[in-house]
Design a protein around this ligand. Structure first.
Ligand code: G6P
Ligand code: MG
Length: 214
């Protein structure tokens, strides 16, 4: 039986996958870089610099390391500005109830977000203290789709990967969960998350009885 739930953050617990997209889009428009929601699918779960590289590759633009650093910082400034307005009301429906029910069943709760802004965002959402462990993306060797961040959380929770359920909205994240040897629940379009063991439209549909035996 599952002993731990390991959540991604952006696009799983709150709508910040959109916030990331809008911040990238604002920077891309200013720079005349073609960028749309289709390209954005490849950015989900991918760290900041790798995301910028995907945008530049798609646009056929080559930049110096300094210029790339400046664009990544500008996007992050737009993102940080946007999440300053986040409150607990921005949690997706059902998140608080799920965290409470999981806790009541004795499940460990972990967070595996690639975002360097994850701790600040959790604080604004008012759920920072609900997690037994929150991975620090800056200290993870290999980004998703490698399994490192999920394995880091499982080790910190002292739960074997086979007893963990990972929950992700990103294709790279689902691959990372499977490579970690965990069960994967995808949130979003099943066609984009084909490696997941189960797929839901939204976190509100997560039924503990279905995924974790009572
Ligand atoms: C998450 C998001 C990505 C984002 C990454 C890094 O994985 O899904 O869209 O690029 O975090 O976020 P950061 O806040 O560190 O730029
Ligand atoms: Mg995500």
């Amino acid at each position: 039986p599952a002993q731990a739930l390991i959540f991604d953050l952006d696009g799983v617990l709150t709508d910040t996958a959109q916030t990331h997209y809008r911040a990238w889009k604002r920077m891309a428009d200013e720079e005349g870089l073609p960028f749309d929601r289709h390209v954005n699918e490849q950015l989900k779960g991918v760290d900041r610099m790798a995301s910028l590289e995907i945008i530049l590759r798609h646009a056929g633009r080559v930049l110096s390391a300094e210029a790339k650093q400046a664009l990544a910082e500008r996007k992050n400034a737009y993102y940080v500005e946007a999440i300053a307005a986040v409150t607990p009301a921005d949690l997706f429906p059902g998140v608080e109830r799920l965290l409470e029910q999981a806790r009541a069943r004795g499940l460990k709760l972990g967070l595996a977000s690639a975002s360097r802004n994850a701790a600040a965002l959790l604080e604004r959402l008012g759920i920072g203290r609900r997690f037994d462990y929150i991975a620090d993306a800056a200290r993870i060797a290999r980004a998703k789709p490698e399994p490192d961040i999920f394995l880091d959380v499982a080790a910190a929770l002292a739960v074997p990967p086979a007893q963990c359920i990972g929950i992700e909205d990103a294709a790279a994240g689902v691959i990372a969960i499977k490579r970690a040897g965990m069960a994967a629940v995808g949130i979003g379009d099943p066609a984009a998350l084909s490696g997941a063991d189960a797929c839901l439209d939204a976190i509100a549909g997560f039924d503990l009885d279905a995924f974790v035996s009572p």
